[in-house]
Design a protein around this ligand. Structure first.
Ligand code: GCU
Length: 607
């Protein structure tokens, strides 16, 4: 973790005060200045729209059982130079990248520690070109070396990071060595005790990206907040010569605009355009090109407006009900992280088959290819950073880490029409520290992206007889309030489901961001409380919750927990769970449980 995060409490107080004083950008600069210069750089947006060489495939690994790798300098990948010399490590075992190590080696099924990866690749550095190594994600703490030299580190398992290697790249064979540590820590995000499998490793694509000397590092092209025909765009050029003419074109609607970046490489523009708006039913995207005299970057982008008006969520000015579902980034039947386009398509198609127009990619930013595919397939997204339950909000380090992850999430996905809301946390306990940190996060969200909604999922709600009262004051800083409410599972019905009422202290749209119960596929029996774990019980639970929802006047969406059964080390009921959270509507093999049909019928009825 960057040097600054080991700053002592006093330094951090000073730091925090300066944070409030300085603008977000200055804050990041300050972080970068005080962080060890080797912390991962701001990554470029849209890596796949650039001159990219994949480094995916078979890498070689060393399992560092006792974390001795640094001491042994494994990053040097030394070989004995003479018979009398010995080196006590060598890269031999193959490991697929992207992919978690847990699913690839039975010895690593539960491994939470360090694994060293090595990949050799050939390269020919070109004059006037720059080269970057880009990681889609690696869980959790990663250190990267090229040809024995440290490039830097990154913390967080679900967001991209990159390093410039223009100077470190050799003509010919290059040796990339990466150590990944997946140990859970009190001060990490998520922290110690989360309800999903801690898949470790380089879990997303790795690529070499070649750019010109001055390149378009980042850009934002979306409809202005509240508008359906005014596009707001900015570009950021990185390089010695930051003052550039950048041509933005949307050929399909005859748009050709020139942005002239200033000496900081920045330019902004607003213009009118007659665009067909993106909707789940018609997920229209436009081919966009950004070109300078040195390069052109292409991307498909959809345009839609998303707002809140009173209790309504307006998509393109019309009130919408979010028919959603939660899922983890996992291919359950193979007990592994989802990594490929095919994986993403299979999960998203299951959501579509259920009648969804909305998904909650719980509880962390899932892969960029999944988010892009959701835009193509017409699914709106609630995207979240893993501030999940037991976070040490009183720990001075947490705000900066959480902000970093939030910035990375927004940086990666800000051009996605599919993403309609950013979630800053899940099920955190109301407290002054929590409120301070999350209030800051909400402000950061809006300063980075004024076009989307800010939300969070709460589970601290009050019950008074058959009344559920939403009163978590953090709702004041949100646009949409998410409520996790497990009626009929963690919470018994105080009365007939149809008689339950909800009361909210806030005039805001509410989403029931989690509800549901466990059933092992194939377990059959009664639907009453004696039938826990069987499909009939879960089926009835869905019917009851849907009956309850009909009374909630400010309800504007639901995302049941959960699409598929998923792996969780915290689920230890041997007969029914055995390491699985069984709240899926689909079993780990994709079999439809009875509750699946209840929700499908409900979604078809409200379409
Ligand atoms: C929580 C939590 C989920 C968890 C679920 C459950 O509300 O947000 O991550 O898996 O409940 O208990 O099944």
């Amino acid at each position: 973790m960057p040097l600054m995060l080991v700053l002592n409490h006093l330094h951090f107080k000073l730091f925090f005060t300066m944070r409030l004083l300085l603008s977000n950008l200055a804050f990041v600069l300050l972080l970068n200045l005080t962080c060890s210069p080797t912390y991962a750089q701001n990554f470029m947006s849209n890596p796949t729209g650039r001159n990219t060489t994949s480094l995916n495939g078979t890498w070689k690994v060393i399992i560092d059982w006792y974390n001795r790798g640094n001491q042994l300098k494994i990053y040097q990948d030394r070989k004995a130079s003479k018979p009398t010399e010995f080196v006590e490590y060598s890269f031999k075992q193959p490991m697929q990248v992207p992919g978690d190590w847990n699913a690839q080696d039975p010895h690593l099924f539960m491994w939470e520690g360090t694994v060293w990866y090595k990949k050799e690749f050939t390269a020919t550095p070109k004059t006037g070109k720059r080269t970057f190594i880009y990681f889609g994600a690696a869980n959790y703490f990663t250190e990267v070396y090229l040809n024995g030299k440290k490039l830097g580190s990154h913390e967080g398992g679900f967001t991209p990071f990159q390093f410039e290697v223009t100077d470190a790249l050799q003509d010919g064979t290059n040796k990339l060595v990466v150590s990944v540590n997946s140990q859970r820590k009190e001060e990490s995000i998520p922290a110690m005790n989360y309800d999903w499998w801690n898949y470790g490793g380089i879990t997303r694509d790795v690529s070499l990206i070649e750019t010109p000397a001055n390149f378009i590092e980042d850009y934002f092209i979306q409809l202005k907040k509240g508008s359906q025909n005014e596009v707001e765009a900015w570009v950021k050029v990185n390089g010695m010569n930051k003052s550039k003419k950048v041509n933005l074109s949307i050929p399909a609607v005859g748009i050709n605009k020139v942005l002239e970046t200033d000496t900081s490489g920045y330019a902004r523009i607003t213009f009118k355009a007659d665009l067909k708006l993106w909707t789940p039913e018609v997920p229209k995207q436009y081919d966009i090109t950004l070109a300078t005299d040195e390069e052109s970057v292409k991307e498909k982008i959809g345009f839609r407006s998303i707002e809140v008006k009173g209790l309504d969520i307006l998509l393109n000015g019309k009130s919408v009900f979010l028919r959603g579902v939660n899922f983890h980034e996992e291919i359950a039947k193979e007990m592994r992280r989802a990594t490929s386009d095919a994986d993403a398509r299979s999960i998203l198609q299951s959501a579509k088959d259920l009648g969804c127009n909305f998904i909650r990619t719980a509880h962390y930013p899932q892969s960029e290819n999944l988010v892009k595919m959701a835009e193509e397939m017409g699914l709106m997204i609630w995207e979240e950073i893993p501030l999940w339950q037991g976070i040490q909000f009183g720990n001075p380090i947490i705000l900066a880490k959480a902000e970093f992850m939030l910035r990375e999430m927004i940086r990666r996905d800000k051009n996605r029409a599919s993403i309609i809301m950013w979630s800053i946390s899940n099920e955190t306990t109301p407290a002054a520290d929590r409120d301070r940190v999350l209030t800051n996060m909400a402000a950061t969200c809006r300063s980075l992206d004024p076009t989307r909604l800010v939300t969070s999922a709460f589970n601290h709600v009050k019950t008074d007889g058959n009344k559920t009262i939403l009163e978590d004051t953090l709702s004041n800083v949100l646009d949409v309030v998410g409520i996790n409410r497990y009626m009929g599972w963690y919470k018994a019905w105080p009365d007939k489901p149809g008689t339950m009422v909800f009361e909210s202290k806030f005039t805001k749209p509410v989403i029931i961001s989690e509800f549901g119960g466990e059933a092992k596929f194939g377990n059959h029996g009664t639907a009453d409380s004696a039938g826990l774990w069987n499909e009939e019980y879960q089926e009835q639970l869905y019917k009851d919750n849907i009956a309850m929802f009909k009374n909630v006047s400010f309800l504007r969406g639901i995302t049941p927990w959960v699409l598929y059964d998923f792996r969780s080390p915290t689920r230890m009921n041997a007969a029914n769970q055995d390491g699985w959270n069984r709240k899926g509507l689909l079993s780990d093999k994709g079999e439809k449980k009875k509750a699946w049909y209840v929700l499908k019928a409900y979604y078809d009825s409200i379409k």
